[in-house]
Every structure is written in C-alpha cells, then in structure tokens.
Design a protein around this ligand. Structure first.
Ligand code: ATP
Ligand code: MG
Length: 534
C-alpha cells in the first residue's frame, strides 16, 4: 500500500481548510444534495465530500457510508488532492498502490474510485468530491467533466460559506467596536449602522438603513455647512472631514445635541456584480471628554483667580482710597462751613466714578470665574488684551515690570469666548512675570495685536531669559512645570493650547533676544454678510 505524500503547500492548504470553519460541523443539506446527485447520476453506492485534514480525511457529506472519517494514510482522497484533475482508479485490485489498502480489503471494499480535487481561491486543494463503487468501472471523458461540474458546485458553496463567514465576522467586529461606525452611500443614505452608532444616536439599525443620514444626525443649522464640506469629497476624495478627526455637533434621536469627533473614509464596496462608492464614518461621542476639558479649564481659571487676589486687592484699593479721600475732604469742608455746592457735586461725581470702577473690577472677576458659554462669539482681540491688563496690570507694575502694548488700528474680530481668551493672555502674562522675577535688570512685557493674510496674531514677549532648549518640547504638556511644588500646576500652557486649538488657531513659543515670544494666530472672523458680498 502506498501512503499519500504531503503536498508542498501543506501548511497553506491546512490554513485554507481551517479558515473555512467547516471541520466537525453537522451535516448540511447544501452539500448532501450534491452527494445525492453524484450518487444518482453515476449510479455509485457511495459519494462523498471529503476534506483532507492534517492526519485524517473528514466527510462533510457522505452517501452510502456510516463512518465520518478515516486515517489520511489509507485515504484515496489524500492522493486525489495531489492531482490537478480528476483522480481515477478503475480497479483497485489491479493497482499496486491500492490493492492491499485496508479500505479495499475490508469495509467499504473499494474497487472503483474517482475523486475531483476541491480547489479554493488561493489554489489550495482541501479535499475532494468522490464517488466509490464495490465493482470495477470505466470512467469516460464525459464522466470526468460531469464530476468536475459537480465539484465546482461544491466549490461555489465553499465560496459562499466564506462570504457568510466574513459577513458574520464583519458584523460582529462592527458591533464590538467602541466607536460608532456608519456606512453610507454617496447620497448619504445609511447602508450600515453598528451597535455603538445605535447607542450614540438612539436610532435602531433597521429604522435608519436607507435614510438620509445628514437629515437625521446633523442639526439643521449645520447641515448646509456639513454638506458643503462633504460634497467635494465625493468626487475628489479631499475635504476638511477626510483622513482626520474633526469635531462637530450632532443630534440624538431625542433631539438633544452633543459634540462628536468624526473621521470619514471613502471605500469601494462590491454590491452584486458592480462596485459602488461608500463612505465610512468613524464617530465618537466626546461629551464626557469635553466636560472633563471644561472642568480642567475651570480649575486652572480658579487657580489663576487665586494668584490674582493680591493684584485685585491692590486694584480695588485705588478707587476705595479715592472714594475715602473725596468723602473725608467733603466732610471736612462741611464741618468748617467752607463748602460750596460745586465742590460737593465734583466730589460726589468722583465717588460715583470710582465706585463704578470698583464695581466693574468685581464684575469682571465674577465673570472670569464663570464657565464659558456654549457658542463662540465675535471678539475684539484688542479688548482681550486690555481686559487682561485691567486685571493684572497692577500686579505687573508692583513686580517692577514695564508693560508695552502695540495694537494695530485695523484688526478683525476672532470667533471665541472672551473669558477663555483672557485666560490665555493671563496665563502667558503670569508665565512672563514668573520668568522675569529672578531676572536682574529691566523687565518688560510687550504685547502686540495685528492682522495679516494668515489671520489675527497676538504676541507676548518677555525679557525673562527664554525657555531652556531641554524643556521647550514639553512646555505644552499638561502638568509639566519647572516651578516649585505649590507654585505652579503646569496646566497654564496646556489649557491655553486647548482653548486656542478649539478656536482653530495655533500657539507657538520661540526664544528671542532677551526672553520668550508666544505667538497666538487665530482665523480672522469675517461676518456672514461680508461673505455674501464677495
Ligand atoms: N515665558 C516663559 N519663559 C520661560 N519659561 C516659560 C515661560 N512660559 C512657560 N515657561 C515654562 O513652561 C512651564 C510650563 O508652563 P505652564 O504655564 O504650563 O505651567 P506653570 O506656569 O509651571 O504652572 P501654572 O501655569 O499651571 O501655574 C513653566 O513651568 C516654565 O518652565
Ligand atoms: Mg503658567
């Protein structure tokens, strides 16, 4: 008896067989009907779909045999898978390789065998469709063609099993993903909507498939802008939403709005016989992240407020002393009887003015402590710097620092939250002041606000000796500080970076002659009516 040899591509062949996930599965009508057909057409008592595993041949479908598997060493199919075409043994008794094979000498007493290899798309032959008889037979060319045709039906079943397996894997991967994954066609109609998408947006897959996605999850006021950024991508594969994560507002089925981070890719999917373009959106609900970021901003802001307490006390002291002086002088004149109404009226006006100034400082402090509003508004960048100096000017003067401002007269507004922007400037001013505290000689902070083709720039320069090269890459990291414990949280620059980034701007630091220059660049705000005129 001759044992079948092992094919050269045995490992690939076994991988291919295993990946089908068919071994040791129950009988199935899709294969049983083919073995029934083979047995009937060829008039053989036995027909088998046999799969050649590492050490055995296992029968997925079998007519006329009770066994489920036999050892590979004695198998006929082990030989058949080494062939490129149908392997035929007309009479086993007359064949040196098989005459003393146990399957010939005992049950099932094979005299005739014909097996067509079952080939997978990668060329691996994983088994056979074979027919067996207890008597010798001749097998003509037409019989070979017929067996090949039946084998090709088995192969097609394998292909469709593979497709079903990948569909199941795709579906469970989609549904196991933490991110919402939405597949849509070029008309934004939903093709697929995973479990995370259901949880994020509140719609059920079956209710949303086929619907216009943009109409459902993008708030009405953003829809036109979203379409505008999405449409060019359909043809050019380029646009602001593509290949990068973008933050936008989305709408839940119950109507509430929440921030999401979205990235879209363009894919070609095979639908039927033709491939069609689809878009896959990877979406993450970032409400919690935003909330946490807002809480950090708020914490850092309160820390800044604490730091500013001395400065504010000094700032309030000025109007209060002016009020006290005006009141004392007036009282003295009244008690001496030397007052006139004009004098008293002037003093009362001064008291009123100074009280208003004190109230405005307190108002500002209160406003600064509040959390920022949801939607950004147009803000004059020069006012941001002025307000910040109102709050910190005396602290800087007390520290012997000269403050120089250069505001360009023509400067666009920027879109943001004035309080958050003030927070950025206050952080930069505090850093500049801290850097210059240990410096001898003249300390100057220069603030410039100007606009060019790129946008609006705010720069803050100090004479504090600059940022050492060794730490320059790390200064924007949260909690990075070179200050002593209790003197710095290391959040100032990272929070400022976040605020500027949210405004679609940049903030960079560079060393200049005597110190550091921080430059904030923000997109100029162009009001809608001016856009329409263009
Ligand atoms: N103008 C500057 N000159 C020199 N070094 C600077 C300057 N601005 C920032 N740095 C360096 O960057 C580090 C990080 O600054 P950041 O504002 O993030 O935190 P901090 O000032 O240390 O603490 P916090 O602002 O939270 O109180 C500082 O500790 C300092 O070493
Ligand atoms: Mg700081």
């Amino acid at each position: 008896m001759m044992k079948p040899s092992t094919p050269e591509n045995e490992q690939t062949r076994l991988n291919s067989l295993k990946s089908l996930g068919i071994l040791d599965t129950p009988r199935s009508e899709r294969f049983d009907c083919i073995t029934r057909m083979a047995s009937r057409l060829f008039q053989t008592p036995i027909a088998i779909v046999s799969l050649v595993d590492e050490n055995r041949q296992w029968f997925k479908s079998c007519i006329g045999l009770d066994t489920q598997e036999t050892h590979r060493d004695i198998s006929f199919c082990g030989h058949a898978i080494l062939q490129d075409s149908v392997f035929v043994i007309p009479d086993t008794f007359k064949d040196n390789r098989f005459f003393n094979n146990p399957l010939v000498l005992s049950d099932p007493f094979i005299r005739f065998y014909a097996g067509c290899p079952l080939t997978m798309s990668d060329g691996s032959k994983i088994g056979t469709l074979c027919i067996i008889d207890h008597k010798p037979r001749t097998f003509e060319a037409a019989d070979i063609t017929l067996l090949e045709d039946l084998a090709s039906i088995v192969q097609r079943e394998f292909v469709s099993m593979q497709a079903e397996n990948s569909a199941t894997q795709f579906k469970s991967t989609m549904n196991a993903a933490f991110d919402a994954i939405i597949v849509m066609d070029k008309n934004h109609r939903v093709v697929s909507f995973n479990a995370a998408a259901e949880a994020t947006f509140g719609y059920k897959h079956q209710d949303i498939v086929g619907q216009d996605l943009l109409g459902l999850i993008i708030p009405t006021r953003h829809r036109a802008a979203f379409k505008q950024s999405f449409e060019p991508y359909i043809n050019t594969s380029q646009g602001p939403l593509i290949g990068q994560r973008t933050e936008i507002e989305a709408r839940h089925q119950d109507g509430h709005e929440f921030p999401i981070e979205v990235a879209i890719t363009k894919e070609k999917f095979l639908v039927g016989d033709s491939s069609s373009v689809t878009f896959v959106g990877f979406i993450r609900d970032i409400s919690e992240r935003k909330l946490a970021a807002a809480q950090i901003i708020q914490a850092s802001k309160l820390a800044t407020l604490g730091e500013m307490a001395t400065s504010v006390a000094h700032e309030l002291n000025q109007p209060l002393s002016a009020i006290r002086m005006a009141a004392a002088n007036s009282r003295r004149k009244i008690s001496k009887g030397t007052f006139d109404f004009q004098y008293l009226s002037n003093k009362l006006t001064r008291i009123e003015d100074q009280a208003t100034r004190a109230a405005s400082i307190i108002d500002h402090m209160r406003m600064f402590g509040r959390e920022a509003k949801e939607t950004p508004e147009p803000v004059d960048p020069r006012n941001v710097v002025k307000n910040s100096l109102d709050l910190m000017g005396s602290q800087l003067r007390l520290a012997g620092i000269e403050v120089v401002t250069n505001f360009s007269t023509n400067c666009s507004y920027v879109l943001g939250h004035i309080i958050q922007m003030e927070q950025v400037i206050l952080n930069l001013l505090t850093n500049a002041k801290d850097a210059m505290l240990e410096q001898d000689g003249k300390s100057t902070i220069t603030l410039n606000v100007f606009e060019d083709d790129v946008g609006v720039h705010l720069t803050i320069e100090d004479t504090g000796g600059g940022i050492p090269d060794a730490i320059s890459q790390r200064i924007f990291e949260p909690f990075f500080t070179t200050k002593k414990i209790g003197q710095g949280t290391g959040l100032g620059l990272s929070v400022s970076y976040g605020i500027v980034h949210d405004m679609h701007g940049t903030i960079v630091a560079e060393n200049i002659a005597e110190g550091t220059r921080f430059t904030i660049t923000l997109p100029s705000f162009v009001p809608q009516h001016q856009l329409n005129i263009k």
